[in-house]
Design a protein around this ligand. Structure first.
Ligand SMILES: *Cc1c(COP(=O)(O)O)cnc(C)c1O
Length: 217
């Protein structure tokens, strides 16, 4: 457990997969964690974090960034259209673009604000009703639609169903990305990031294995 342990495991997984560790970004998922745990990981030198709620991130990161101006935060949770502006101000990447209305709104705001975070399209690889994301069958059309809006789409993101082998979902995500010429793959969490790296992950989102168990959320 802890940052250096996870960095070591990422390096090992990369070595086994014949990949360069510089190809895999570790997003330390700090949602719901006590501020002193987050501060400790910042003090260790880590600079890339993930949050799943806009409001929660707004309450903690601008303050941390006074001390650590180069700290970056990625939004990994669902985004309501009416929070898009705030999200584009706070986050350097958004991993949860999943519907035309949101894509259009981000495109309009990007014009107005003169900048846009890196974007990932969330794919609901398990086709779960309760989960956000574009269905695999609709992915190609939605990616094309986002490109037509000139959005900076870096890649795809998925959260596999809890009761299925994650590798099948990682492989499906990689396949959809490849046929659409996308290189970014945001996949893998505390319990499965090594498998995700073996299947091409470029961004792993690891929370509890770095910070300890969350008490809520
Ligand atoms: C919370 C969360 C994670 C991190 O989960 P852990 O199991 O704690 O590593 C990763 N991705 C998303 C989208 C999350 O909401």
């Amino acid at each position: 457990m802890g940052l250096t342990d996870i960095q070591d495991r990422i390096a090992k997984a990369c070595k086994e997969a014949g990949r360069n560790p510089s190809e895999v970004a570790l997003i330390a998922v700090s949602k719901v964690q006590p501020l002193e745990r987050v501060e400790a990981v910042l003090a260790e030198g880590h600079r890339l974090f993930g949050e799943n709620r806009v409001q929660e991130a707004a309450g903690k990161w601008p303050e941390f960034q006074k001390t650590y101006p180069d700290a970056q935060v990625h939004l990994i949770g669902p985004l309501q259209t009416n929070k898009a502006r705030q999200a584009m101000e706070l986050f350097s990447a958004i991993h949860s673009v999943d519907r035309p209305k949101l894509a259009k709104n981000i495109a309009r705001l990007a014009q107005e604000m003169g900048h846009c975070p890196d974007l990932f399209i969330q794919i609901n690889t398990g086709e779960e009703d309760q989960k956000a994301g574009v269905l695999p069958a609709d992915a190609d059309d939605f990616i094309a639609e986002c490109r037509a809006l000139d959005l900076p789409i870096q890649g795809l993101m998925c959260i596999p169903p809890v009761d299925e082998a994650p590798s099948l979902h990682f492989a499906l995500l990689a396949k959809i990305a490849k046929r659409n010429g996308l290189t970014g793959l945001s996949m893998g969490m505390s319990s499965d990031f090594e498998e995700a790296i073996a299947l091409g992950a470029t961004h792993v989102r690891v929370g509890s294995a770095i910070f300890g168990e969350r008490t809520k959320g």
